[in-house]
Design a protein. Sequence first.
Length: 134
Amino acid sequence: MSLPAPAGSRVVVVFLAARTAFGLSMLAGVLRSLPTLWYLPLSREFVFGPKPQAFAMEYFGRTLTSFVIGTAVAVLVWMLSARPGVARFLQKPANVYSIAQVAALALLIDVSYFGWFFWTQPITPLDLPPGCVP
């Protein structure tokens, strides 16, 4: 006789998968310098691709890209979790806890990396562009 599925295990697994995909895609994008959406504040335009030569901000574009990837993974896992084999897998609390441990490890890696990255990032102010009044 099998145990009943933990309450909301499908939702928990979908959330954990999406969170893990978000964190890993952001981490991979930063480590591998993958193309992303860049905002050029001086010219007030967006560009997609590798780092532009002009002054540019990547955080919001990288976050949006990672959010889209995380959402796609959430939808995919939600659809797959309705299949009978996967539903039986999610009925076992040990499997759900194992998935939660993997997601917690991914979160720990994210926090550690970004903490290290922002702690060790040199502060190099740029010169004001022509026409700016300080």
